[in-house]
Design a binder for this molecule. Structure first.
Ligand code: SF4
Ligand code: SF4
Length: 212
């Protein structure tokens, strides 16, 4: 993601308030930008914005930049940042809070696509199959063709098994995924309500007063 100059007009108060009102958001204003989370993160070098920057961007209400960044999808939920933050902020949970908002906003990028394929494979099989993951993601991400020689060399050495190790009963997983989807829809409803409130307030301000 190309980093651009952030303009004051990019700030979205409704988005900021929405996140600050979630359980994980309540402590975000206390962030002192110490960077312990970023220093603890094993994958920050792959992120558009590290966890410290993401927290600050949420404080500023930079909705577009936060939701379009790869940060929330790259996070491995290792919890290093959350256990080390001196202010008790939990960046891991922040990432998980932002994902359904990004999905509800229709954000599409290769990290979101990978997340979708991974979730689908786990939901249907109960386990992550490398073969299924790679083959299905390749259908969605044309750039994966560049990895074909590497995949073939793994396959020839027996490091990419074709056998699918499937759970006998995946019904409980289905329930978990359905609950997750339901939660996302509820998040979306809350957000739309907030946006409508914001638009209503703007309209009220814009409408000229009439003499009675
Ligand atoms: S470790 Fe906590 S206080 Fe420090 S920058 Fe990260 S979120 Fe902020
Ligand atoms: S939980 Fe995510 S953001 Fe936090 S340290 Fe681990 S990978 Fe980085």
């Amino acid at each position: 993601m190309k980093k651009e100059t952030i303009l004051i007009e990019s700030r979205d108060a409704a988005f900021r308030d929405l996140v600050l009102e979630t359980p994980v958001g309540k402590k975000l204003p206390t962030c002192m930008q110490c960077g312990i989370c970023a220093g603890s993160c094993p994958v920050s070098h792959e992120m558009d914005y590290n966890p410290r920057q993401l927290v600050r961007m949420v404080q500023l209400g930079l909705k577009k930049e936060v939701l379009n960044s790869n940060t929330i999808w790259i996070c491995t939920t290792c919890f290093s940042c959350s256990v080390r933050c001196p202010r008790g902020i939990r960046p891991t949970e922040l990432m998980e809070t932002l994902k359904p908002i990004a999905i509800a906003e229709g954000v599409k990028n290769k990290n979101e696509r990978f997340d979708g394929v991974f979730s689908d494979v786990v939901r249907k099989n109960g386990r992550a199959s490398e073969f299924l993951l790679i083959s299905r993601y390749s259908l969605k991400e044309p750039e994966m063709i560049k990895q074909a020689p590497f995949g073939l060399s793994l396959f020839s050495k027996g490091k990419l098994p074709l056998a699918i190790d499937k759970m006998e009963d995946t019904s409980e997983l289905d329930t978990i995924f359905k609950l997750g989807a339901q939660e996302s829809r509820e998040e979306c409803k809350v957000e739309n309500k907030e946006e409508n409130k914001e638009i209503g307030t703007k309209k009220e301000k814009e409408e000229p007063e009439t003499d009675k």
